[in-house]
Design a protein around this ligand. Structure first.
Ligand code: NAD
Ligand code: TYD
Length: 323
């Protein structure tokens, strides 16, 4: 396979490119927004700085590298930012996805994998799980833009006969996650003895999966997934945000008094929980990293790589300011 990965300078994309490069020709196209890390691309075999909204450029790349498979991971990915700047989410996650699908259709790309999220299903109460056929009911502008991208992807499959698959994963954690997201943000704060901001009552629940387990699942779907199918990905590792904060403080031997309750996020989804039976049953995927050891090694990584996330945080902010 000759694979085009979009967003391969981001958190999940960079792990994915590393994994796929061991077996395939991989081209990473990334716009290098505040979330993209130029250093991630230094060791990648084929990196092209580009915007998925640039259809001509996407077609040139697909043709030049004889791309037969696209794994589309580029996105605006942070819910809080989508509440403040929703339009860029529509540009990238909705229109960008469609432009990429157009390029794929025109160049007769065989397989298109849309990397999506469990957030498209909306919010659960105390009970229940998200299944692949659960109603699409997004609440944040981020989730709505990803849901739109998913629907357009399925429409291209049905209308133009393209082979399309969608993965919907729960919250990821691991090395190189931008420190705007919960786990790296709390680790960073704790390392500096600063208050850990917990939205609302801290009892919102997320279902956590290590980024490497996610990437192995995406790879499997790309290789063996069935045309037109959606695959949920998760490992039933539900935690309240408060539990995450407490574990981080305990691991770093910091006082629990650093926890600070702050105003709640607008439209804050209460609970996400994934049923991933389908990908386990049909493709034989299994998560390999349990939350306890995964979180421990992630905390260790952030402790050892302060330079990376501090630089990333300030550079990201600077790039935003310049824009
Ligand atoms: P990220 O924000 O860390 O990285 C996104 C990457 O996309 C960045 O490198 C950025 O430069 C690039 N990008 C943004 N706009 C672009 C454009 N117009 N053209 C080209 N490149 C562009 O995101 P992430 O956390 O790695 O998420 C990757 C994908 O996985 C997203 O589609 C996201 O919706 C999905 N996802 C993420 C999680 C999670 O917990 N992080 C969970 C499930 C699904
Ligand atoms: P986040 O990492 O932004 O992922 P998502 O919103 O996509 O699930 O947030 C995870 C959870 O943590 C969510 O319930 C919001 C909460 N949260 C905080 O309590 N404090 C924070 O500083 C952040 C960034 C998130």
């Amino acid at each position: 396979m000759n694979v085009l990965v979009t967003g391969g300078a981001g958190f999940i994309g960079r792990h994915l490119v590393d994994m796929l490069e061991k077996e395939y020709l991989v081209v990473n196209v990334d716009k290098l927004t505040y979330a993209g890390d130029p250093e991630a691309t230094a060791s990648q075999k084929n990196f092209i700085k580009g915007d998925i909204l640039d259809q001509k450029k996407m077609e040139e790349i697909i043709q030049h590298y004889h791309i037969d498979t696209i794994v589309h991971a580029a996105a605006e990915s942070h819910v809080d930012r989508s509440i403040v700047h929703p339009l860029v989410f529509t540009d990238t996650n909705v229109k960008g996805t469609q432009v990429l699908l157009e390029a794929a259709k025109n160049c007769e790309v065989k397989t298109f994998v849309q990397v999506s999220t469990d957030e498209v299903y909306g919010s659960l109460g105390q009970k229940g799980l998200f299944y692949e056929d659960s109603p699409i009911s997004p609440n944040s502008p981020y989730a709505a833009s990803k849901a739109s991208g998913d629907l357009i992807t399925l429409a291209y499959g049905r209308t133009y006969g393209m082979k399309v698959m969608i993965t919907r994963c729960s919250n990821n954690y691991g090395p190189y996650q931008f420190p705007e997201k919960l786990i790296p943000r709390l680790i960073g704060k704790a390392l500096y003895d600063e208050h850990l901001p917990i939205y609302g009552d801290g009892l919102n629940i997320r279902d956590w999966l290590h980024v490497e387990d996610h990437c192995r699942a995406i790879k499997l779907v790309m290789e063996e997934g069935i045309d037109g199918e959606v695959y949920n990905i998760g490992c039933q590792s539900e935690k309240t945000n408060l539990e995450i904060a407490k574990s981080i403080l305990m691991s770093l031997d910091k006082p629990q008094s650093l926890i600070s309750y702050v105003s709640d996020r607008l439209g804050h989804d209460r609970r996400y929980a994934i049923n991933a039976d389908k990908i386990q049953r049909e493709l034989g995927w299994q998560p390999l990293i349990d939350m306890e050891s995964g979180l421990r090694s992630t905390i260790e990584w952030y402790k050892e790589n302060k330079d990376w996330w501090e630089k990333k945080w300030y550079e990201g902010r600077r790039r935003e300011a310049v824009k």
